[in-house]
Structure formats: C-alpha cells, structure tokens
Design a protein around this ligand. Structure first.
Ligand SMILES: Cc1ncc(COP(=O)(O)O)c(C=O)c1O
Length: 404
C-alpha cells in the first residue's frame, strides 16, 4: 500500500486568500450595487511594456520557421539573458556574479519553495515574522519544521524573527543559531527595506555561524532611496553565504508571463561541495527551462527602451503608494513601507484585530486589503494595502477611507 508524504497533512489550510475571497463574495452578493476596490492581492495591473511585447512578437515569429525555431532551452537559461543580467543587475552595481552562477527559471515562487531541497533535512530555518508564506510551507512539506501549534500559529523547529514597529520591521539577529536564513528586502508584506550596513551585519553573521542566507529580492526594482542595496552581493563576503532570488513579476509585469532567476555563487560551499553544483543538478533534473519567447521578452527588460518604459511603470505604481501613504497619514493612520516597495503596512486603529479591520474596511469603504495576521503572528494588528491598482481606483479608495 502506498504512503503519502504526511508532512502535507501538517500544513494548516491556506486560509488567508480563500477567506478574503469568501468574505468579498458574500459582501458583493449582499450589496450588488457597491463598487468594491481591491488593494489586497499583490498582482500587477499594467500591461506589458511595448518593448517587451515587440520582443515577444519577434520571438513568436521565429518559432514559426525551422531555421529560427527553438526547442528545449539550455539548462541554465539562454546566454543572451544571463549576460544582460550579469552586466546590468550585478556588474553595474559593483557586484561580482558570473554567467554560470545564474539559473533562469519561471519565477521566484518556485525557486523560493524548491531551494530548500539541496539542504539537509536537519537544517534549522529562520524566517521573519510576518513572512511570505512559501518559505515556511515548503520547509513543512520537507519535514523540517517540527510540530505546529495552532494557538501561537508557529512551528516548534522554526526560528521566528519578529518584525515590528519597535525594530522598524527589520529583524534582529536571532538568539538561536539557524542554518538557513530567509530574508526578503524590500519586504513583502511590510514594505520595509534594509540599508547596506544593516544587510552587511547579516552577511557577517551568516559567514560567522556558517549559515546560508536565502535572499529574496523580488521587489528590488522598487527601491527609490540611496544606500538600499539592490542585491545582497553588494555586501562584502556575500558570495560565501548567500543565494539570491529574483523575479520579473513585479519588476516588469511578468506575473502571468513567468520569468525569474536564482544566483548561486561558486564560492558558496559546504566543505568541498559547491551549492552551485547541487542546484545545477537539481535544475537540470527537475526543470526544462523558461520558454524561449519569454526569455527573449526578459532580454527586452534590459534594453534602453525597455528600461525607460519599466521605470515609468514602476513610477506609476509608486505614485499610487504615495497617494496611499499620504492619504492614510492625513487620516491619522500609522503607516510604513511604500517608499522602496509597493506595499503599505498600516497599524489597525483602535486596537482592532487585522480581521476586524478587514471587515470594517470592506463594510464602510468597500475596499479590500490583506489582514497582516495572515502573514504570521507578529502581523496581528496590521494590514497590507498594495500600490498595484489603477491610479483612479487607488485615489477613490483612499478618499473613501478618509471619509469612513
Ligand atoms: C517575496 C516574494 N517572493 C516571490 C514572489 C513570487 O514571485 P514570482 O511571481 O516570480 O513567482 C512573490 C510574489 O508575490 C513575493 O512576494
């Protein structure tokens, strides 16, 4: 008789977005005349930039002729894309990353969930609290997290690093020593960012204790302030302790087109074993590559036209972020994020729980956001709004919130 991987049974239900969907459906059924504005889910709304569309069209036409047709992509991804990444994402920022340290993928969700496979089951993970749920859930599936306590909503073998108002939503070094440290900056859900000096502390710590940092830089393109690192490899010593995850989803609107990459430096070793070799083996065995046409679309991101168009797109979203931040501040809310990230993290008023505020906002302003408690216990009492809506809807939503 077959047996299942019963680690899956330990996973608490993915309550957050299904609960939001259920509550919004019930509300709109009961109030069919109300226009609901959704500033909850972190999906983009602007169309792909013209340079990207041109590149996609060209690549599609190439696929129509035997002479220019492309089948399976090379294991690591096409060199035209990897070399654009090396030059513009890394060399241009003074960071050392080589061509064969980049692994093109279909996005950061898969990579952030899969990367744990190359590590022993006995590794102890540390995560920020609140956190993007994939890091924890993928380790639950692998049997690395111990037992779940529904009361505290925590796992016995996970080291939680609270990110709260007191520490400006940037975690302190943990008291217990982890083996794998998941960091995401600019952060989802809090919208916080770290300075280069702050990130250097983590790199030094990881090198000292022999831990690996899994650095999710999916929102790097939203950084607007100086001295906020765009890549962890801007820090000295990161090549011996850090893996970096990148995504084209929020940088270039590829949430439905799918493209990302992971960097595993060859200097990152366990004894004599390079993690680069393990990830190459895993990638080559279990993955057959992002489509040629999508990799060509990704290449367009690095052209001068693509770059200029995307800067405008990001400015559009970040203007929404400003509208939300300023509007909420005027209305007396305590808000953070929204400067180097498309997420605004607000403290719920009058000690409401995150879900109480969700209901209140839906009822009074017909606006949907995301309860902070859905990202971890330290998210309780907070609420996430995203800048990914249209300008008009964002403006209207904020006016409604001001008038609640
Ligand atoms: C922190 C973080 N990492 C990764 C992802 C997933 O990115 P992708 O669309 O490239 O899979 C998201 C998506 O919301 C995210 O917030």
């Amino acid at each position: 008789m077959f047996k299942i991987n019963d680690n899956y049974l330990k996973l608490p239900g993915s309550y957050l977005f299904s609960m939001i969907g259920k509550k919004v459906n019930e509300f709109s059924k009961a109030n069919p005349d109300k226009k609901i504005i959704r500033l909850g889910i972190g999906d983009v709304t602007q169309p792909l930039a013209p340079a990207i569309i041109d590149s996609l069209h060209k690549a599609v036409d190439e696929m129509a002729h035997a002479e220019t047709f492309h089948g399976y992509a090379p294991d690591l991804g096409y060199e035209f894309l990897r070399s654009a990444i090396v030059k513009q994402d890394y060399q241009a920022r003074g960071a050392h990353v080589e061509l064969d340290e980049i692994f093109i993928s279909d996005g950061a969700k898969g990579d952030s969930g899969n990367i744990q496979e190359i590590f022993s089951e006995n590794n102890r993970i540390a995560v920020c609290d609140p956190v993007y749920p994939v890091y924890v859930d993928s380790n639950v599936m692998a049997g690395r997290t111990g037992t779940y306590d529904p009361k505290t909503e925590t796992w016995s073998d996970v080291i939680y690093m609270p990110c709260t108002e007191e520490n400006n939503f940037v975690p302190q070094l943990p008291e217990e020593t982890p083996d794998l440290i998941y960091l995401c900056f600019p952060n989802n859900p809090t919208g916080s960012a770290v300075t280069k000096e702050q990130l250097q502390v983590w790199v030094d710590y990881a090198n000292k204790v022999g831990a690996v940092i899994i650095y999710d830089a999916a929102y790097e393109a939203y950084i607007s302030e100086e001295n906020i690192p765009h890549t962890i490899y801007e820090c000295e010593g990161a090549r011996t302790c850090a893996i970096e995850l990148r995504s084209f989803s929020k940088k270039a609107g590829f949430t439905g087109t799918r493209l990302g990459f992971t960097v595993v430096p060859k200097d990152l070793k366990c004894g004599d074993v390079m993690l680069n070799t393990l990830w190459a083996r895993r990638h080559g065995t279990k993955y057959n590559g992002a489509p040629y046409i999508v990799q060509r679309a990704g290449e367009a991101v690095y052209t001068p036209e693509g770059d200029a168009q995307l800067k405008k797109q990001i400015a559009y979203y970040m203007n929404n972020a400003k509208v939300i931040m300023n509007g909420l501040k005027d209305a007396g809310y305590s808000v953070s994020g929204g400067v180097n990230a498309p997420y605004i993290w607000l403290k719920t008023p009058d000690s409401m729980t995150s879900w109480e505020f969700f209901d209140y906002l839906l009822e009074k302003a017909n606006v949907v956001g995301t309860p902070g408690s859905g990202f971890g216990p330290s998210g309780e009492g907070y609420f996430r709004l995203t800048a990914f809506g249209s300008y008009e809807n964002t403006l209207e939503a904020i006016e409604r919130i001001k008038n609640m």
